[in-house]
Design a binder for this molecule. Structure first.
Ligand code: KG4
Ligand code: ZN
Length: 348
């Protein structure tokens, strides 16, 4: 039996989790700072690191207690090295190093994106750990949109990705234009429920590389639509937050049409890659994979099974860091106490 403690603090979630044998989740604790950052309309880095300092110790204690294990039961600690905010990453890294040094526990460094990928390997509803390679991975988060062909554990071939905004970034920016608040993804999903996806015909961008995405044209199209409506209906207001003054049904239609345009673009490229690469399944991960329209559309149009983690594994968590760390630990990887955070760490 292998027990891995995962620690994650790259952005605005302080998280710790205990994972057994790379698949059974014994505990999964996430202290979210969303309420703190909401008043700023986004993550305020200095506040985030201070909040991590306050939360990290209780979160670690709770993760061990809920798993009913002690520090000395652990085989390794998996810690996010990057990418992320330097000040935030440092809090988790120092906690991990302190515990590793004090208790003589091996350390493994994990790339946050690799963590998102391995959320698909944890036993949970919609997920299974026994996969046949190659698999196609779609990462859609606040900072990344990547299409990856995975040939084996830790073996990544990048097929494409966004050439401008990440999918989550597009959700967040359009939510602001529509006056829907932060974080934008869940707000747009909710606002879109009573909306008509055919009310607006927003662009599905073409890109030079078949497997790339582009969302900035779509975002601008929504902005122009809102500006036109405001000009027509409400006299010209140049403040973007004026979207809140649009009639509720108009906002719902805009949100639904935007969401479907983005989901169509993601689905089209992903299904094409799955067909051309002959994969056994598609694994979707990252915060935007929580989106119900994306899950549904991909499942409807995919020629192969689609694995999407349950919501609590889609957004940032430490279970996924422990899962990625498990495979690195099993391959013999060990990090020294001189390991440092790398805010712009790359996966390829
Ligand atoms: O993976 P994540 O928690 O953090 C990063 O590593 O970036 O992703 C956060 C992103 C945000 O942009 C948020 O708006 C988006 O995921 N998101 C969603 C939904 N839930 C979260 N986007 C669309 N629909 C959702 N239901
Ligand atoms: Zn993330």
């Amino acid at each position: 039996m292998t027990l891995i403690l995962g620690i994650e603090s790259s952005c605005d979630e302080t998280a710790a989790a205990v994972l057994q044998d790379g698949r059974h989740l014994l505990s999964n604790v996430v202290a979210s700072q969303i309420d703190l950052h909401r008043q700023y309309g986004g993550v305020f880095p200095e506040m985030a690191s201070r909040q991590h300092v306050l939360a990290i110790y209780p979160v670690l204690q709770q993760a061990l207690a809920e798993a009913d294990v002690d520090w000395d039961d652990l085989d390794a600690i998996a810690i996010t090295r990057g990418p992320g905010l330097a000040g935030s990453l440092l809090v988790g890294m120092n906690a991990a190093k302190g515990a590793a040094w004090a208790r003589g526990i091996p350390l493994v460094g994990v790339n946050h994106l690799e963590g998102h990928i391995y959320s698909n390997w944890i036993e949970a509803e919609g997920n299974h750990p026994d996969k046949t390679f190659p698999v196609l991975v779609l990462i859609v988060s606040g900072g990344h949109s990547e299409l990856i062909l995975m040939h084996g554990h830790g073996q990544y071939q990048r097929l494409g990705g966004t050439i401008d905004d990440a999918a989550g970034e597009a959700f967040d920016k359009v939510a602001r234009v529509l006056g829907l608040g932060y974080p934008g993804g869940p707000a747009i999903q909710k606002a879109a429920e009573p909306g008509d996806v055919r009310a607006w015909r927003f662009p599905r961008a073409r890109t030079k590389n078949l497997y790339d995405f582009s969302f900035s044209g779509l975002k601008t199209a929504v902005l122009r639509a809102v500006q036109r409506l405001e000009g027509q209906n409400l006299q010209v207001s140049r403040k973007l937050k004026a979207g809140a003054q649009l009639p509720a049904q108009t906002v719902a239609d805009l949100a639904a049409s935007f969401q479907q345009a983005l989901v169509d673009a993601l689905t089209e490229k992903t299904v094409l890659a799955a067909q051309q690469m002959g994969v056994s399944e598609i694994c979707v991960c990252g915060g935007v994979s929580a989106n119900a329209a994306l899950r549904q559309t991909l499942r409807q149009r995919s020629p192969v099974p689609v694995s999407v983690p349950p919501l609590y594994l889609c957004t940032d968590n430490a279970a996924m860091i422990a899962a990625a760390g498990h495979y690195r630990f099993a391959a013999g990887e060990r990090a020294g106490l001189d390991m440092d955070v790398i805010p712009n760490l790359r996966l390829f």
